[in-house]
Design a protein around this ligand. Structure first.
Ligand code: NAD
Length: 292
């Protein structure tokens, strides 16, 4: 019997991002008008990692397109925990900053705990602090990590239902896989999380109605690992030896099996910055609402 081959619908991040941007423009403009200045996201980078300035520049461009401000603050590579905490506390107290993003991973001598505890939860627009992650666990309103918000935005805007679906998340990091699993659980999906020590990964991925992959290994997911008709979301960003960027999913072969798939690049990554900026605007409104 010949295997059924399908041409997957492409969940195009660029198109979805354009409609999100159109929705955010009036919100950003309203903030500017009310305050006489744009809503501002502070990006805290530690050390001189070139990838970090590339990332900060892409955030700045995304902010500029919405006439928002992204303030890049670079701290010395050898900064101490105490000074990092102080830098974060300065931003917490700065009335011109509505959102704070600390670039991760931190250099090894710094404690993750400092960042997780020090950022004011009201400005923690990438949802990496203890308070926001706790709220996510409890299904209370919270800022969620931007990458996770980007995955949900793509699924929602593509009208892919999650209730009762079997969703498999490959990758269990604190910033992507784990919070995403809780968000999907909050949408009443049946969620399985796989990671590097998962035995027989293909067995689990083949169960998925919706498969989300956030690992950082090119071509980890092949067609044989995907149930025909599944929706596949590729979060991975990998730089190949020839310099080309790819995701974690073998796109050509998997798109012949899946019913819908995000390209990488051109998928989730297109939305991540916008999600941070959207949460910065929301933080601005929530901070305003607190003022007497
Ligand atoms: P990470 O290195 O912190 O975590 C990787 C996870 O994958 C771990 O849980 C690990 O157990 C798991 N893993 C590793 N090898 C595996 C294997 N062979 N099989 C199954 N699981 C395996 O990475 P991260 O920060 O969560 O990022 C994951 C990927 O997503 C990276 O490629 C990163 O560049 C990308 N990313 C993309 C965006 C975006 O906007 N598109 C944002 C953040 C991260």
């Amino acid at each position: 019997m010949q295997e059924e081959r399908m041409a997957a619908r492409i969940l195009d991040g660029r198109i979805i991002a354009a409609s999100v941007r159109a929705d955010l423009e009036p919100v950003a403009a309203a903030y500017r008008q009310a305050h006489g200045r744009p809503a501002t996201l502070a990006i805290l980078a530690i050390g001189r990692d070139p990838a970090s300035s590339v990332y900060a520049n892409s955030l700045r461009r995304a902010a500029a397109a919405l006439h928002m401000d992204a303030r890049y603050i670079r701290l010395d590579e050898d900064i101490s925990d105490v000074d990092l905490r102080r830098a974060i506390e300065d931003l917490n107290a700065d009335p011109d900053v509505q959102g704070i993003l600390t670039e991760l991973p931190l250099p090894p001598h710094l404690s993750q705990q400092v960042v997780a505890e020090a950022i004011d939860p009201r400005k923690d627009v990438d949802g990496i602090g203890i308070r926001n992650l706790g709220a996510l666990f409890l299904r209370l309103p919270s800022f969620v990590p931007a990458t996770c918000a980007a995955v949900l935005e793509i699924l929602d805007r593509s009208e892919i239902a999650l209730v009762s679906k079997r969703v498999v998340v490959v990758g269990a990091s604190n910033v992507v896989g784990k919070p995403l699993a809780f968000l999907l659980l909050s949408r009443d999906a049946t969620v399985t999380v796989c990671h590097i020590d998962t035995r027989d990964l293909a067995y689990w991925t083949r169960q998925a109605d919706v498969l989300v992959v956030a690992v950082g290994k090119p071509d980890l997911i092949t067609a044989a690992m995907v149930k025909p008709g599944a929706v596949v979301v590729d979060v991975g960003i990998n730089v190949r030896e020839d310099g080309a960027i790819s995701g974690d999913v073998a796109f050509d072969e998997v798109s012949a099996v899946a019913s819908a798939i995000t390209p990488a690049p051109g998928g989730v990554g297109q939305l991540t910055n916008l999600m941070l900026l959207r949460q910065t605007l929301l933080a601005g409104d929530l901070l305003d609402a607190e003022e007497p």
